[in-house]
Design a protein around this ligand. Structure first.
Ligand code: CO
Ligand code: ZN
Length: 341
């Protein structure tokens, strides 16, 4: 899976500009699903029909529960708001970007233009805010800057993936590692009694927007978001149960959802029955696509499978391959038999 993860984390796709990553994911998942479509907002909806269920595939389809799995394909970044006479760019955030992660870092635009994040003279580190920073793309004046970058263009961290063995470090593990997990799950799911939709959503980082229209369109009986979560396993960090290498995380709650108790129990039982390593997750801040999915129409029983990730929303997000594989196994096991929803 390392190669697939590397490919998807290194493909550009800041929220609102998901075209490149959508194309890559479509090529990767197409061999393992029956139909692929893109909705109005740009969500990639990949449908795998039930393969078994007693009365043949047609009979199975009539009774098969619809399961929507969602992984967001957008990534955080910056958007250019102003270019000054000397060719320096000012920017705003797209999603949760801290000035601490930007300082003196390299950022890359969709067209390959690279810039360095510089800082005005600041006496007190507390004054470090996005509006004290600028991007230097090596331009000498406004006209030469505009040859490379326009107002409204977005960029993201210019870092490549690093393979540490059992652990991988990269930008955009949030949430491309989950995109890779869905592709791998689709590949490993040889037979299913469910009507399965693997959905790669847009604009999660700016407010779970793609998941809202995707869930309305799919109208699932069960929704499962797959996304990264924080950990409490580094020196003097937040107090939290989740840690790297402790397995797939099954969410109890975050700021956007109280996971449906039946969905949580279903995932825990599936992990236990399959001998899959898992841990429980209570996340005090942040949310995932499940926050939007569970509020669709009259409500959708929804849950979340999370990948514990260190240094979230930075150029160096770290995941454990054992956890990643546990997430794949949990999804495949959960989808083989008819889900109780
Ligand atoms: Co995120
Ligand atoms: Zn995410």
């Amino acid at each position: 899976m390392k190669e697939l993860i590397k490919k998807v984390v290194e493909t550009f796709g800041v929220s609102g500009s998901e075209g490149n990553i959508r194309k890559v994911l479509e090529e990767e998942i197409r061999p393992y699903v029956d139909e692929v479509r893109t909705d109005v907002l740009g969500n990639l909806i990949c449908h795998k029909k039930p393969t078994t269920g007693g009365a043949g595939a047609a009979g199975a389809a009539a009774h098969a529960p619809k399961v929507m799995l969602a992984a967001h394909m957008d990534q955080i970044g910056l958007m250019v708001t102003h270019i000054d006479d000397n060719g320096f760019l000012r920017f705003g955030n797209v999603g949760g970007v801290s000035p601490l992660t930007l300082l003196m870092n390299r950022m890359v635009f969709q067209n390959g233009t690279v810039g360095v994040v510089g800082m005005e003279k600041i006496d007190d580190p507390k004054d470090l805010r996005l509006d004290k920073l600028f991007l230097d793309i090596g331009a000498t004046d406004r006209a030469s800057a505009e040859k490379k970058v326009q107002i409204g263009d977005t960029c993201t961290f210019a870092t490549a993936m690093v393979d540490l063995g059992d652990r991988l470090v990269s930008r955009a593990m949030d949430d491309r590692v989950a995109c890779a997990i869905l592709v791998e799950a689709a590949k490993n799911l040889k037979a299913t009694e469910n009507d399965v939709y693997f959905v790669f959503t847009v604009q999660e980082e700016v407010g779970l927007r793609g998941a809202r229209t995707a869930a309305f369109g799919v109208d699932p009986d069960l929704g499962i978001a797959v996304d990264v979560t924080r950990t409490g396993d580094t020196p003097k960090t937040i107090t939290m149960e989740c840690g790297l290498g402790k397995g797939a995380a099954i969410k109890v709650k975050d700021a956007a959802i109280m996971v449906h108790p039946a969905v949580r129990a279903f995932l825990v039982d599936t992990a236990k029955a399959g001998g899959i390593k898992y841990q429980m997750e209570v996340l005090e801040q942040g949310g995932t696509d499940a926050g939007a999915i569970h509020l669709t129409k009259a409500g959708v029983p929804s849950g979340v499978i999370s990948i514990p990730t260190r240094y979230l929303h930075s150029p160096s997000e770290m995941v454990d391959l054992g956890d990643v594989r546990a997430c794949v196994d949990l999804i495949v096991k959960a989808l083989e038999k008819k889900v109780p929803f």
